[in-house]
Design a binder for this molecule. Structure first.
Ligand code: M6R
Length: 366
């Protein structure tokens, strides 16, 4: 079943051109600059009435939620918060019929996320589930469900489902932005065309697997990895670190690059690898300053940069390129780089990649 791949994780990473195509299929209307999600049963009146959005999720899905928050807030006028499933119950914020809850869960069975959904429905909130699993608990408890259509994900490490969650969050943001009149058709069309090109762009990243494997090998003896990014690339950094730690058992942590000076810089010494997500975006220049700070401590920088950015090569130790796409869509491509990187580091450390110790594919206890 691994179709010739050594691990399910690698197979699933390579399936992303297809899973991205499937998640978008039939949901993009390029003529009207709109998104079609008939599974959302909200009326126009209910959409107008939304005063806040709360995204609830755990683990990798939580990281997709953090990215979703930035995009929802860019494209709609609704304030968004992102809550870890196991923490949501302690929040004293008010949940009522003006609240839209988005529950992100690949399995649809994560106990803490499911408990949050139940509680929110009881309080009168409208819940949209985003899941990969038809008929799962979270899908059944929610008023609407958007399926990710990834097919089964066997590797414990979430890969293709993460990039599809991001794609769904973008579709949903466009859907709500168009209906609340905060996003015009022209701007929506630009985003939709970037989304449509994702399967091709994802393939371009996968075509660099060998180079990424060789960089992973060079750094695989490190005992600490840091990942940094800003804005939408901050959740990409968090997810890159989670992926690496869960399958290679090497301590890794993601940071908002602006936080470096507030503590993490103290961890940097000669050769500590820092992965900097530095694709083209309004925060690019600030990332360059951070990279200079990191290099001044003699740490090693592996940059993920957009094609065509030649200047960055002078500043860092290794550059891994992703196609030069809009800042909203590029996190999907950078994440694929980081999945491959984590995978190949774990190959070098000899870990059981598809079944990391102590972890289960779905966490059904609270
Ligand atoms: O099924 P879910 O998306 O609700 O699962 C949430 C987390 O348990 C999951 O994303 C976990 O963090 C991944 N295995 C990490 O790769």
């Amino acid at each position: 079943e691994k179709s010739g791949y050594e691990h399910f994780m690698l197979k699933e990473i390579h399936e992303q051109p297809k899973s991205l195509k499937d998640v978008l299929s039939g949901r993009i209307n390029e003529l009207t600059g709109d998104v079609e999600l008939p599974e959302i049963k909200l009326t126009q009146e209910q959409i107008n009435d939304i005063r806040r959005i709360v995204i609830v999720a755990c683990g990798t899905s939580y990281h997709a939620g953090l990215a979703g928050k930035y995009v929802l807030e860019m494209l709609t006028d609704v304030p968004v918060s992102v809550e870890i499933g196991s923490e949501f119950r302690y929040s004293s914020s008010r949940t009522d019929h003006h609240t839209l809850i988005i529950a992100l869960s690949q399995s649809g069975e994560t106990a803490d996320t499911a408990a949050s959904v139940k509680d929110a429905v009881k309080k009168g909130a409208y819940v949209i589930a985003v899941t990969n699993t038809v008929g799962s608990t979270i899908a059944r408890e929610s008023q609407s469900t958007i399926y990710m259509r990834c097919g089964p994900e066997i590797g414990v490490a979430a890969t293709k489902t993460f990039t599809s969650q991001l794609a769904v969050m973008y579709l949903l943001s466009i859907y709500l932005g168009r209906r609340r009149n905060t996003l015009n058709a022209y701007n929506a069309m630009k985003l939709l065309s970037d989304l449509k090109n994702l399967p091709r762009d994802a393939q371009a990243v996968l075509d660099q697997s060998e180079a990424i494997a060789s960089y992973a090998k060079i750094f695989s003896r490190a005992n600490l990895f840091l990942f940094v990014g800003r804005h939408l690339n901050y959740p990409v950094a968090l997810e890159g670190a989670l992926k690496l730690k869960e399958i290679s058992y090497i301590f890794s942590e993601g940071f908002a690059a602006g936080e470096l000076k507030h503590g993490p810089l103290a961890l940097l010494t000669t050769g500590v690898p820092v992965i900097a997500i530095t694709t083209k975006s309004p925060t690019y220049e600030k990332m360059i300053s951070n990279i200079k700070e990191i290099k001044a401590r003699d740490a090693s920088v592996i940059a993920i940069a957009s094609e065509g950015d030649e200047a960055i090569s002078q500043l860092v130790d290794v550059v891994i390129r992703v196609p030069d796409v809009g800042e909203i869509v590029s996190p999907i491509l950078s994440s694929i780089v980081l999945q491959l990187f984590a995978y190949h580091v774990a190959v070098c450390t000899g870990c059981p990649i598809d079944k990391p110790r102590n972890l289960a594919k779905s966490v059904t206890v609270e």
